[in-house]
Design a protein around this ligand. Structure first.
Ligand code: ADP
Ligand code: MG
Length: 240
């Protein structure tokens, strides 16, 4: 499988502090790749380097064979990346259906629009709520709507920053089902996560960050079985 997204020796410094240090990372086509690690590990910084919020201070980022290191987020979106940031930013004063409609406008032909809307509403489990204002939805439903707005762009790579933040275990599981459904349709997904149940449910590959560096990588089974990974989460000192 071809690599869709690649980090080559990527570092990001804030003043004298190296938040991300010399990261090599490849996301293959059709992977569901989870980025995990303790607080402050550099996960969100790496995510922002992928989507273009930050440029690296060293190294390069490649997407679909193009060097996008200094491309702004919109240019990456045009190349097929779609981003769901952590806090939901749906149009609260507009109905659910219209939120999707706005997101789809430039990506779906007028004739296809109604059918595509129904398909997305159904996928998100929001068919019964199509005419409600987005601001009236539960936090979980708003997260799904926001994922739906990212999916409406028909991306090749869907980037999710903590998609289960603030969700109940039941809502988290349903979010996992949604991610698996999108993956089964051929979408490549990168998720920053800390909920291990969710990671077990969805991930085909896992990269563990610690102190800004890649600490471990592998399948979920390999990562879960790695005692060194358990140690960094528990915060016990590592034996040398
Ligand atoms: P994570 O998402 O894994 O919890 P972050 O990527 O948010 O970690 O942060 C990694 C480290 O970089 C933290 O120590 C954080 O304080 C620092 N950091 C992140 N963003 C900035 C910034 N804009 N300026 C200064 N320090 C930052
Ligand atoms: Mg973070």
């Amino acid at each position: 499988m071809q690599d869709l997204l690649q980090f080559k020796s990527v570092s990001r410094r804030f003043g004298g502090f190296m938040a991300v240090r010399d990261v090599e990372l490849s996301v293959a086509e059709r992977d569901v790749h989870c980025l995990i690690g303790p607080n402050g590990a550099g996960k969100s910084t790496l995510f922002k380097l992928a989507v273009g919020t930050y440029a690296p201070t060293a190294g390069s980022v490649h997407f679909r064979g193009h060097d996008v290191t200094y491309d702004p987020p919109f240019a990456r979106v045009q190349r097929g990346m779609s981003i769901k940031m952590q806090a939901p930013s749906v149009f609260r004063a507009l109905p659910v259906r219209q939120n999707l409609n706005i997101a789809m406008q430039h990506h779906v032909s007028l004739g296809e629009l109604p059918r595509e809307e129904e398909r997305l509403l159904n996928l998100l489990g929001l068919s019964a709520d199509a005419t409600r204002l987005a601001g009236e939805l539960s936090h979980g439903q708003q997260q799904w709507l926001e994922i739906g707005m990212a999916v409406a762009l028909k991306p090749i790579l869907l980037m999710l920053d903590e998609p289960t933040a603030g969700l109940s275990p039941e809502e988290t599981f349903r979010t996992g089902e949604l991610v698996l459904r999108l993956a089964s349709e051929g979408m490549t997904i990168v998720a920053v996560e800390h909920d291990m149940a969710f990671v077990r449910q969805i991930a085909t590959r896992v990269t563990v960050l610690h102190l800004g560096q890649v600490f471990a990588r592998g399948s979920v089974a390999e990562i879960v079985a790695d005692p060194r990974v358990a140690e960094i989460y528990l915060g016990t000192p590592q034996s040398v």
